[in-house]
Design a protein around this ligand. Structure first.
Ligand code: HPA
Ligand code: ZN
Length: 351
C-alpha cells in the first residue's frame, strides 16, 4: 500500500500526525497505569506504595535499560486487584487512545503479573473486556486483547497460564512474549507457541528491542511470529531486513520507549527512518505510555521532530498500522479510506 502524498510544510505536520486515524498494536495495558491512578487504586485497595505521592513516583521514572523499567512496572501493577481496577485501567487507556485518533487497538496484558499475586484470570479478563465493550459503544474505538507470556519465567509456567486462560478463549485473539529479553531467547518457548498455533491464536513476540537480530530470526522461524514487537535491531542484519521487507512482517516500533530505555543514544539516531526506507511494514506505538512520556501521538510528534520524517512517512506509518492489524480485510480498506480523507482535509487546510 502506497499513495502519492503531496508535500506539506513542516509547520502543518504536527496537526496532520495528530488528526490521522491510526491503529495501535503495541501497548501493554499495565504500562498505561498513570501514577495518579496507581495512587488512587492503592488507596482503594489498602496498599502502600513506597513513594510519597504520584509526583515522587513519576520522578522515579529514570531508566537505564529494559530491566530498570520492568522493576518499577511490576511494582506498579501490584495495585491492580479487582475487576473494577482492570476496568478502570483499560477504560482510561481507551479514552486516551480515542483522543489520539486511534480507531483500533490490539492490547497486551500480562496475566502472570496478576495471577502470581492471587488475582484470578477471570478478574483480569472480565474487567478488561467490559472496558473494551463500553469503549466500542461510547467512543467508537474497536480493540482486541493479546495475552503475553513473561519470558523471564519458565515455559512450564507459560503452559499453566495458557490452560488458565482457555476458558476465556474468545476474549483474546493471540499471544505474545514480553519482559526481560536478554538471556531469554524465543526458543525457550517453542512448545507453548506451537500449542497456541494449534489453537488458532495469532502469534506475536517482542524481539530485537535490546536483543540481537538472532532473536528476531528465532521469533520468525521457531515461534512463527506474524508480527515482531520492536524489532529495531533488524537494521544490523541486511539479510533479515530483506526478509522482513519481502514478507511484509510488521515491526511495532515504540520511539519514546526506545529513547527512555536508552536503546538508541538519541531519538535522532532511531532506526525508524531506515526501516521505512528499507520497505519494512513499521508503525508507531506507545508501548507503556504512562512510563515513557506519552501516548501514540506524542510518539509520532517526538520521532518526527527528531528525525525530520515527512508527510509521506506519516501516511505510510498510519497505513502500515492498519495493514499490520489482525482486523479483516474489508475493515482495513475502510480505515485506509478514512486515512486518505484525513490527509486530503489536512492538505486543504494547509493551502
Ligand atoms: N519490553 C519487554 N517487556 C515489556 C515491555 C517492553 O518494552 N513493556 C512491558 N513489558
Ligand atoms: Zn512492549
Amino acid at each position: 500500500m502506497t499513495a502519492s502524498i503531496p508535500p506539506i510544510a513542516p509547520a502543518h505536520l504536527p496537526a496532520l500526525l495528530a488528526a490521522a486515524p491510526k491503529a495501535e498494536l503495541h501497548i501493554h495495558i499495565e504500562g498505561s497505569l498513570e501514577p495518579e491512578m496507581a495512587f488512587a487504586l492503592a488507596a482503594r485497595n489498602g496498599i502502600t506504595l513506597p513513594y510519597a505521592d504520584s509526583q515522587a513516583l513519576r520522578r522515579a521514572y529514570n531508566f537505564s535499560d529494559l530491566q530498570s523499567f520492568l522493576d518499577l512496572y511490576y511494582q506498579g501493577a501490584g495495585v491492580l486487584l479487582t475487576e473494577q481496577d482492570f476496568y478502570d485501567l483499560a477504560r482510561a487507556y481507551l479514552a486516551q487512545a480515542a483522543a489520539n485518533n486511534v480507531v483500533h487497538a490490539e492490547i497486551f496484558f500480562d496475566p502472570q503479573t496478576h495471577t502470581a499475586r492471587g488475582v484470578a484470570m477471570q478478574t483480569v479478563i472480565r474487567g478488561l473486556a467490559r472496558a473494551q465493550e463500553e469503549a466500542r459503544r461510547e467512543l467508537g474505538i474497536t480493540s482486541a486483547l493479546i495475552l503475553c507470556f513473561l519470558r523471564h519465567l519458565s515455559e512450564r509456567e507459560a503452559f499453566e497460564t495458557l490452560e488458565d486462560a482457555l476458558p476465556f478463549r474468545e476474549a483474546f485473539i493471540g499471544v505474545g512474549l514480553d519482559s526481560s529479553e536478554l538471556g531469554h531467547p524465543p526458543e525457550k518457548f517453542a512448545r507453548v507457541f506451537a500449542r497456541c498455533r494449534e489453537l488458532g491464536l495469532h502469534i506475536v513476540a517482542h524481539a530485537g528491542e535490546e536483543g540481537p537480530p538472532a532473536y528476531i530470526w528465532a521469533a520468525l522461524d521457531v515461534l512463527k511470529a506474524e508480527r515482531i514487537d520492536h524489532g529495531v535491531q533488524a537494521v544490523n542484519d541486511t539479510a533479515l531486513m530483506q526478509r522482513l521487507a519481502q514478507e511484509r512482517i510488521p515491526l511495532t516500533v515504540c520511539p519514546l520507549s526506545n529513547q527512555k530505555l536508552q536503546v538508541f543514544p538519541d531519538l535522532s539516531r532511531h532506526s525508524l527512518p531506515a526501516l521505512l526506507d528499507g520497505g519494512m511494514c513499521a508503525m508507531v506505538n506507545s508501548d507503556d505510555p504512562a512510563y515513557f512520556g506519552g501516548y501514540v501521538n506524542a510518539n509520532f510528534q517526538a520521532v518526527f521532530a527528531a528525525t525530520g520524517m515527512d508527510a509521506r512517512a506519516a501516511w505510510q506509518l498510519a497505513a502500515n498500522s492498519f495493514e499490520a492489524s489482525f482486523a479483516e480485510a474489508g475493515q482495513k480498506q475502510r480505515w485506509l479510506e478514512q486515512l486518505n480523507g484525513s490527509f486530503e482535509r489536512a492538505h486543504d487546510a494547509a493551502r
